[in-house]
Design a protein around this ligand. Sequence first.
Ligand SMILES: NC(=O)C1=CN([C@@H]2O[C@H](COP(=O)(O)OP(=O)(O)OC[C@H]3O[C@@H](n4cnc5c(N)ncnc54)[C@H](OP(=O)(O)O)[C@@H]3O)[C@@H](O)[C@H]2O)[C@@H](O)CC1
Ligand SMILES: [K+]
Length: 533
Amino acid sequence: MSSQCRSILPSKLYRAEQIKQNEADCAHRNGIDLYQLMEKAGHAVFDCVLARFPTAQHILIIAGGGNNGGDAYIVARLAIQSGMNVTLLAKNKGEALEGDAKVAMHSFVSAQGTVLDLDKHLDSIRQLDVDVIVDGLIGIGLEQTLRASTAEVIEAINHNSAPVIAIDVPSGLNANTGQPLPIAVIADYTVTFIALKPGLFSLDGPDHCGQLIYSELGLRKEFESSVSTDLSLIHRDTIVPIPKRKQNVHKGSFGTVLVIGGALGMGGAAFMAGKAALRSGVGKVYVMCEAGNEGMITQLCPELMVTGLEMLEVDRYLAEVLPKVDSVVVGPGLGLTKWSLAVISELLKQETWYQTPSVIDADGINCLAYKLDKQDGATQDAFARPDKPWVFTPHPLESARILGETVQSVQADRLGAAQRIVNKTNSAVILKGNGSIVASKGHSAINMSGNPAMATAGMGDVLSGVIGASFCAWQLNQTSLQKKLEIATYLHGLAGDFTAKESKIGMIATDVIESLPAAIWNCQEYNNKVQGN
Ligand SMILES: NC(=O)C1=CN([C@@H]2O[C@H](COP(=O)(O)OP(=O)(O)OC[C@H]3O[C@@H](n4cnc5c(N)ncnc54)[C@H](OP(=O)(O)O)[C@@H]3O)[C@@H](O)[C@H]2O)[C@@H](O)CC1
Ligand SMILES: [K+]
């Protein structure tokens, strides 16, 4: 998501329906009506045209039948008034328009603008040689799969090689979920109004928005103070600062993490989680792995305290070590075998585990989902326990396993799926993927750091180690579980951003581990400078 304009972004996100329900009241309280708001929206988009394409002569504008189309007519009028050659295509030549959008169309026509019939000019959309296209087909009014004729218009816009500015939301994109329904305009810029919508930041949203330009239309303060939300963004300005360390400290000051994983053939995952915890500043890291793997893990990282165990030795080890650690990372390379299921069964018997901050990742999730599927009472009881300091970190497939759903239903509404996992496990959740979602009861936040180079094996193991560290290495004792997880997720992505080369191809998980100290330092320095700490 590195192309998005982060520095000016607010932290709150609002669903389309919250904006629709509240924009009129907010505008009225600010002394303007909805038509004046539409004028402001049109001006904001035209400012973008002028700023990004100052030499543009010929502009193609697509206007839909709702208020998103209304904004488009304002842009078209401003373009004519500034001497541009404007081609405006509208459904039914705009004849069915009502309300403010109709007024906007008349203002365009009064400025000598001509409205052409969209359906008769599909080929023009594909082929017209223009300097810029403005997409005002559909905004936050889209609720269900596109009609075929509208999908065809979007396909035609995407076919034209001219740059595209989308008004409010790329047409066809679900503003709440980031899902194209099933196709959406691929814009170079999206000028979005009043409040940020979650779909612009998650799933396919960022690939369709291009650079995001937030235009509050003078309503941000009014809107944020009068409308509450359970959604937020995670970016540099929203994370709680990690304090700088005092000089007089020792390894005991920064906690102990236990990593449980590393079945035969998968020792590398436990190594990566353990090393990521160390690189995030943890004082001591224990690794409990399957007997036979201890040598290779120690060789990869001699700073880890590694113990290889047979099945029958696990209970004694856990009873002895769990009370000594500040957090547990369960899952990296754990496998789904007799050994790993025995490990999980022993863990479920340890009362200490339920009070210990724990990350449950990868095969930790798969083992628990498997046991749940087998109606295992201990797993059901563990899920039912309220207020555990646990976080599940599933990718979409693991999410589907926990929920007993399909990957499609998880991806169709990632924010909803994250909350369903929170409710089912009584734990926090990080639902991985583009725009990872950090969720706990009643709140979900979408992370903005990270890049496509991170789509590679082992990256989740690194994240689990960073989260393990967030519980003890950063002296965030007064910070909520949600906020700790937000910092860990952000720093993991930032370390990936620091490491990725331009092509965003070929970075590996162990590269990211080495960038963790720089990412932490960078945020501490930023905090010092910007917030004066
Ligand atoms: N309120 C204001 O004054 C302000 C509002 N603002 C702007 O208004 C936008 C919201 O406007 P909105 O609510 O009118 O909805 P909007 O995004 O234009 O979509 C409706 C159009 O989409 C079409 N359509 C829908 N579903 C479809 C489907 N499945 N398949 C195909 N078509 C479908 C639907 O067609 P219909 O179904 O009616 O034939 C209709 O033509 C918002 O994003 C912002 O840009 C700003 O100017 C600030 C002031
Ligand atoms: K649009």
